[in-house]
Design a protein around this ligand. Structure first.
Ligand SMILES: [Cu+2]
Length: 149
């Protein structure tokens, strides 16, 4: 617990100072993330359960200092991973949570979303203990699903 607490403090401090502190956690070669139960072009009904897959690495809660682990993030109805809503480079500065970027820092491997009818885009990004994408990044392509009434 103490380590998680300290990591949370360090993360908060990094946001305040705006300093680059990561972007250098190496991913395991060959590791990849994927949607277990959804594919590009799928039509679904709401609520939508989304199951997160990761191969070659393990899932651990945010702040856990254990090599080869990270946690899932879902980018919903926004541009692909790159620049955050604050204009910062997400590959360097990390993932800032919002309605459109959801952290699963408890180590969750699925979620259920209430989505309005229409098309929605989803992208999964696996992040390190400090919510920064790995190097090289582990992320899915952006998929588009249609929610039917
Ligand atoms: Cu995170």
């Amino acid at each position: 617990m103490k380590q998680n607490f300290l990591a949370a403090i360090a993360f908060g401090a990094a946001i305040v100072s705006g300093s680059a502190f990561a972007g250098d956690t190496a991913s395991v070669e060959g590791a990849h993330t994927y949607f277990i139960n959804l594919a590009d072009g799928d039509s679904v009904t709401s609520p939508v359960t989304v199951r997160f897959g990761i191969a070659g690495m393990g899932v651990a809660p945010a702040g856990t200092e254990k090599e080869g682990t990270g946690h899932h993030h879902l980018l919903l109805d926004r541009a692909a991973l790159g620049k955050g809503e604050d204009g910062m480079e997400e590959y360097d500065y990390g993932l800032v949570g919002s309605e459109n970027l959801i952290h699963y820092g408890g180590g969750q491997t699925e979620t259920t979303l209430d989505l309005a009818p229409g098309t929605h885009t989803l992208q999964l990004v696996f992040g390190d203990l400090n919510h920064v994408p790995f190097e090289p990044s582990i992320e899915t392509d952006v998929i588009t699903i249609t929610v039917i009434e």
